[in-house]
Design a protein around this ligand. Structure first.
Ligand code: ATP
Length: 273
C-alpha cells in the first residue's frame, strides 16, 4: 500500500493561546516565529538563522501542538511527518520521501517542517551489529542529514523535531548546523495543569461544582493530552447520564477511567520488557 508519509497544512489555525503552560518553551520558540516573520532583520548583520530545534519531553506534553503553533503564529505552512512511518519501508522509499518533503517545503518557504518521533529514524547508527540493522532506516537518516546540510540556513525552512528519547539519538543529528538547539517540554505542574484545564474546559458546559483548582489537584502526573482526555471523557459521561452540565462527579469518574487506561498501558509496557 502507498503509505501516507507527510502532511501539508497550508493554513494553520493553532496559536500560542492554544498551548497552556510551557512558558519557557514558548519563549524559545517565539524566537523561531520572529526568524520566520522577519528573516532580514536577523541576517543583515551577518547572523545565520538556525536550521532546526529538537523538542524533547514525555508523550502528550504538547510538542506537536507547540510546533503547530509556531507555524500558526508565523502564518506559514506546516509540513509534518512521523519517524515511525518510516520503519519497515522498502529500500529507497524512506530516503525518497524525505527528498520529496524537503523539495516541496523549499518551494513553499518560509515554512515549518515538523518530524514527530524522530528517534524512530534517528537512533544511533550501527552500534550493535547483532541487532540486525535496518538499512532503510539508516538510508532515511542519511538522507535527512544530507537535506539539512544541503540548504541555505537563510532559506526560510525551519525544521522542528520531537522526541521523548533524546538520549538514543545519533549524535550527528545534534551537530552544529543541524538540530543544535534543544527545547525541553516537561509534564505540567499544578498551576500549569490548571492552565491546561482552562483551555480544554472552554467548549464544555460546566456545572458550578466543577472547579479548576480541584481538578488540577486530582491529576498529578497527567500530561496535557491526559487532561484533554479527562475533559472530553467527562463531557461524554455527563451526556450519557442526561445531565444539563458536566459535574465534579463526572470529572472524577473520567479521571478514574483515564488512570485505569494509563495503568493498563504501563502493564503492557512492563510485560514487553
Ligand atoms: P507525543 O509525544 O505523544 O506525540 P506530544 O508531546 O506531541 O505527544 P501533543 O500531540 O502536542 O503532544 O498533545 C496532544 C494533545 O494534548 C494536544 O492536541 C492538546 O489537545 C493536548 N495538550 C497537550 N499539551 C498541551 C498543552 N500544553 N496545552 C494545551 N493542550 C495540550
Amino acid at each position: 500500500s502507498q503509505a501516507k508519509v507527510f502532511d501539508k497544512d497550508q493554513k494553520v489555525s493553532t496559536n500560542f493561546k492554544d498551548v497552556a503552560g510551557l512558558a519557557e518553551a514558548k519563549q524559545e520558540v517565539e524566537e523561531i516565529v520572529q526568524f520566520l516573520k522577519s528573516p532580514a532583520k536577523y541576517t543583515k548583520l551577518g547572523g545565520k538563522i538556525p536550521k532546526g530545534a529538537l523538542l524533547v519531553g514525555p508523550p502528550g506534553t504538547g510538542k506537536t501542538l507547540l510546533a503547530k503553533a509556531v507555524a500558526g503564529e508565523a502564518n506559514v505552512p506546516f509540513f509534518s511527518m512521523s519517524g515511525s512511518d518510516f520503519v519497515e519501508m522498502f529500500v529507497g522509499v524512506g530516503a525518497s520521501r524525505v527528498r520529496d518533503l524537503f523539495k516541496q517545503a523549499k518551494e513553499k518557504a518560509p515554512c515549518i517542517i515538523f518530524i514527530d518521533e524522530i528517534d524512530a529514524i534517528g537512533r544511533a547508527r550501527g552500534r550493535n551489529p547483532n541487532m540486525g540493522s535496518n538499512d532503510e532506516r539508516e538510508n532515511t537518516l542519511n538522507q535527512l542529514l544530507t537535506e539539512m546540510d544541503g540548504f541555505d540556513t537563510n532559506s526560510g525552512v525551519i525544521i522542528l523535531a520531537a522526541t521523548n528519547r533524546a538520549d538514543i539519538l545519533d549524535r550527528a543529528l545534534m551537530r552544529a548546523g543541524r538540530f543544535d538547539r534543544q527545547i525541553h517540554v516537561e509534564l505540567p505542574d499544578l498551576n500549569e495543569r490548571a492552565e491546561i484545564f482552562n483551555v480544554h474546559l472552554r467548549p464544555l458546559k460546566l456545572n458550578e461544582d466543577a472547579k479548576v483548582e480541584f481538578l488540577s489537584k486530582q491529576t498529578p502526573g497527567f500530561s496535557g493530552a491526559d487532561i484533554a482526555n479527562v475533559c472530553n471523557e467527562a463531557a461524554l459521561i455527563a451526556a450519557r447520564k442526561d445531565r444539563e452540565s458536566v459535574t465534579k462527579q463526572d470529572f472524577l469518574d473520567a479521571v478514574d477511567r483515564i488512570i485505569g487506561g494509563l495503568e493498563k498501558k504501563n502493564k503492557i509496557i512492563s510485560q514487553d520488557e
